[in-house]
Design a protein around this ligand. Structure first.
Ligand code: CP
Ligand code: NVA
Length: 305
């Protein structure tokens, strides 16, 4: 039995296989695969979601399975009962759990106590399901991930952590610009740097967004204020102002660059409307790819039981 809490829960070979399965699901456009026939997947979400929830629900249905969504009001995780009880009981009913938590340790607790695969549908530290779709989208756009020059500008958050792991595993060159006070997590960054070194990739942090974007083929950003950080909103908006993806900044990108964003986007904050809607933006394809990537992941994790 395998869990998927961070991208590094799969090997490089498995990651490549997941991406080619994602391509196969996208190409096939057949909606009644039987990979999950007779299986039930529970989504346990402590935070709102559109893409992750709908992509997983539709993926399970199109693979022939059933899905149950449990929002915070249904389960009241940690209030009505502890995660270890929820995880053990749910595992007796369902074949996989997709958990969207605040603390990453809560996702880990799910995995520790569940007797079925647990998928991290976003925690404060990681968003590996997003990274699968992101890496697939890069491959779809450029025909490769290895050697691609990727720049991430914005907050050193969950989305960046998983993207950085993916870039390191697949040999891309990642430059990251965040305000010094909002760098990626030091432990994760050390692990990513070590992985990059052994995979012919490079990862570099810097405070200067123009330098990070210089010559980059993929420019990625995410919201400045993640779910659960609302109290920091004022301070963050001030600190991040120079990190907005706008036409001026994008002049430094490589010719034929692509703009990526995991969505939801806050126009006028981390990205301008003209960049979101511009011809370099692939954000809607990227969001579509969540569906295909989530199918590949579910089929991979549930095949093994
Ligand atoms: N990108 C993403 O995970 O979106 P949702 O929060 O809508 O699921
Ligand atoms: N960093 C964002 C991603 C949302 C998909 C958040 O955690 O809110």
């Amino acid at each position: 039995m395998r869990h998927f809490l961070t991208l590094t829960d799969v090997t490089e070979a498995e990651l490549r296989a997941l991406l080619s399965e994602t391509a196969r699901y996208k190409r096939s456009r057949v909606y009644h695969h039987q990979a999950l026939a007779g299986r039930t997947v529970a989504l346990v979400f402590q935070k709102p979601s559109m893409r992750t929830r709908v992509a997983f629900e539709v993926a399970v249905l199109q693979l022939g399975g059933s899905v149950i969504y449990l929002g915070q009001d249904d389960i009241q995780l940690g209030q009505r009962e502890p995660i270890k009880d929820v995880a053990r009981v749910l595992s007796r009913y369902v074949d996989a759990i997709v958990a969207r938590t605040f603390a990453h340790s809560d996702a880990e607790a799910f995995a520790q106590y569940a007797t079925c695969p647990v998928i991290n549908g976003l925690s404060d530290a990681a968003h590996p399901c997003q990274a699968l779709a992101d890496l697939f989208t890069m491959h779809e756009q450029f025909g490769r991930v290895k050697g691609l020059r990727v720049a991430y500008v914005g907050d050193g958050n969950n989305v960046l952590h998983s993207l950085a792991e993916g870039c390191a595993m697949l040999g891309a060159h990642l430059t990251v610009a965040t305000p010094p006070a909002y760098r990626p997590d030091a432990t994760i960054w050390k692990r990513v740097s070590r992985m990059a070194a052994s995979h012919g990739a490079t990862v570099q942090w810097m405070p200067d967004p123009t330098r990070a974007i210089n010559g980059a083929q993929v420019i990625y950003t995410d919201v400045w204020v993640s779910m659960g950080q609302e109290a920091q909103r004022r301070a963050k908006l001030k600190a991040f102002r120079p990190y907005q993806l706008n036409m001026q900044l994008l002049k430094h990108a490589a010719k034929g660059y692509r703009v990526m964003h995991c969505l939801p986007a806050h126009r006028g904050e981390e990205i301008t409307d003209d960049v979101m809607e511009g011809k370099h933006s692939v954000v809607i394809d990227q969001a579509e790819n969540r569906l295909h990537a989530q199918k590949a992941l579910l089929a991979f994790l549930l095949k093994r039981r």
